[in-house]
Design a protein around this ligand. Structure first.
Ligand SMILES: NC(=O)c1ccc[n+]([C@@H]2O[C@H](COP(=O)([O-])OP(=O)(O)OC[C@H]3O[C@@H](n4cnc5c(N)ncnc54)[C@H](OP(=O)(O)O)[C@@H]3O)[C@@H](O)[C@H]2O)c1
Length: 253
């Protein structure tokens, strides 16, 4: 069974791989044997993750990329192929969010959230899928959220963007299955990263929030990784178009 989770010889791209859940995924894929391209706008963060991967004996390439720039998305796919010869796994992890009520949310705020969380995923996946189609194989894993299923106060733009990403996952899965590309998603619940810092950095707010979670605690970034490894591996050979939630039971409430 261990062999089925082995990613030796595979090449992966992780967006937003410099910190939080993306960093944990990049390190996890490398530990499973993959060469990993780590992309985000913060050079210092992706350099540090690439150094950590190389120190553990795997190959890594940090590529500074702004996902809202279409030309940079094409370059990310092209440079990965140039450096490593193929792309087997794409993890669309990067995202942004604002906490604003629908009455206060600005139009450009809505657009920024959708540009990063939906449009960039479509454009990068399409650029990468051209290579995967030539290989006749590939795995795309989109990171969504429990907020794609539950309406959270002040999180409308984010929740709607992730609900759209869930449908984009299904659409890509349907259109690209014939080309050997499998597309699935992982939806974390509340996880301890910079993204959720306003919650866990305040003990009163954390206590209030975790009291509503069946497992009574916030998740750690490393707890999201096994679901991604499963979807990237041979073990998920007959699975496409689905979302796995890793949420401490949040969606049971
Ligand atoms: N933390 C949670 O509670 C939670 C819960 C459910 C789902 N999620 C999902 O998990 C994923 C990772 O979240 P996280 O908590 O790890 O967030 P995080 O710590 O804020 O990291 C977000 C990452 O996305 C990158 N990013 C954002 N905009 C970008 C852009 N335009 N171009 C390139 N990179 C960009 C950031 O890098 P730069 O800013 O350096 O570019 C950063 O590396 C997201 O999809 C999020 O929706 C998180």
């Amino acid at each position: 069974m261990t062999v089925r989770f082995d990613l030796s010889g595979k090449v992966a791209i992780v967006t937003g791989g410099g910190r939080g859940i993306g960093r944990a995924i990049a390190l996890g894929l490398a530990k499973a044997g993959a060469a990993v391209v780590v992309a985000s706008r913060s050079a210092d963060q992706i350099n540090a993750v690439a150094d950590e991967i190389r120190a553990n004996g795997a190959r890594a390439l940090p590529l500074v990329t702004d996902l809202t720039d279409g030309a940079q998305l094409e370059r990310l796919a092209a440079e990965t192929v140039q450096q490593f010869g193929r792309i087997d796994i794409l993890v669309n992890n990067a995202a942004r969010s604002f906490m604003r009520s629908l009455m206060d949310l600005r139009e450009d705020g809505w657009d920024k959230v959708f540009d990063t969380n939906v449009k960039a995923v479509w454009l990068l996946s399409r650029a990468v899928a051209r290579q995967m189609m030539a290989q006749k194989s590939g795995r795309i894993i989109n990171i969504t959220t429990v907020g794609a299923e539950k309406a959270e106060l002040g999180m409308a733009a984010y929740g709607c963007s992730k609900a759209a990403l869930k449908m984009l996952t299904r659409c890509m899965a349907r259109e690209w299955a014939a080309f050997g590309i499998q597309v699935n998603a992982v939806g974390p619940g509340l996880t301890r990263t910079d993204f959720s810092k306003p919650i866990w950095s305040n003990p009163d707010i954390e206590k209030h929030v975790t009291a509503m979670l069946p497992m009574g605690r916030i998740g750690e970034p490393e707890e999201i990784v096994p679901a991604v490894l499963f979807l990237a591996s041979e073990a998920a050979s007959y699975m496409t178009g689905h979302t796995i939630y890793v949420d401490g039971g949040a969606l049971t409430t």
